[in-house]
Design a protein around this ligand. Sequence first.
Ligand code: CLF
Ligand code: SF4
Length: 308
Amino acid sequence: MPNGQCEQRHAKEQQRMADIKKRIANHPCFCAKAHGKYARIHLPVAPACNVQCNYCNRKYDCSNESRPGVTSRVITPQQALERVKLVQEKLPTLSVVGIAGPGDGLANPDATLRTFELIREHDPNLKLCLSTNGLMLPRYAADLVRLGVEHLTVTMNAIDPAISASIYKWVALDGKRYYGEEGASLLLERQLEGIGRTVELEGIVKVNTVLIPEINGTHILEVSKKIRELGVFIHNIVPLICKPEHGTYFGEIGLREPDTAELDQAREAGTAVMGSFSRVMKHCKQCRADAVGLLGQDLELNFQEVGQ
Ligand code: CLF
Ligand code: SF4
């Protein structure tokens, strides 16, 4: 590429980063500096899921963003709106409304989109945030951005279907289940397409990757490289949580969790690829699908009056 074009491209990317940094300034997950100051609420409106991760037990919340062992009661979009209004009265630092399960938001598109629509009409200043496995993102990226869902998380554990095939038992699309590498390739293809489309539409994307030392331990760097190329803003590498009592496939076969040194090492390597400290998340609390409050300091609120 000629020098002039290269400089132009670099300047455009710098401008994009500066713009993203402004937009994430009060998002406690996307911006490390914001996490002690701003709170989020998760609305558990999405019970179903369209993939089966081997570290997940469907009795619990989506393990892509939560620790197994806690469950959320599902609520309707209207109840979700009432919950947000109630929390806003008690928590003036509330800046983000997210949907993170207990299944996958986009496997429950009607409830998820309706909830975002109601919250957007109620208060245009609240940031809207969705966490998804990405399978249905190509179909809904435009709807999400149109509704003002500017913050999107896609859980992507590998960019090689031969590796992902050990992580996902099946992937279901339009009424059909796909297994092994076929399912893994389908998921990967759609994750890449969905992320690309969201970035194109100026959504801000985070990728979560579950560090499973015996499966993707040496591969995560490749995920960082790929997502940086796609324009993803931040990489969140979280540890596999896997105990026999969680009733997951990985728990049953005794797959080990990473130790702190392995997690630190993966995050450091990711930082080198992503280009700066602020582009690898290190403060994730793997919170549950109905969490409310500052990260790591969840409030115990009684929601009886707004539909348990
Ligand atoms: Fe929720 Fe996720 Fe939005 Fe944050 S959580 S949907 S991006 S508002 Fe945050 Fe919780 Fe970690 Fe998720 S600490 S599990 S990264
Ligand atoms: Fe479980 Fe989430 Fe995976 Fe679905 S995407 S199987 S809810 S961890």
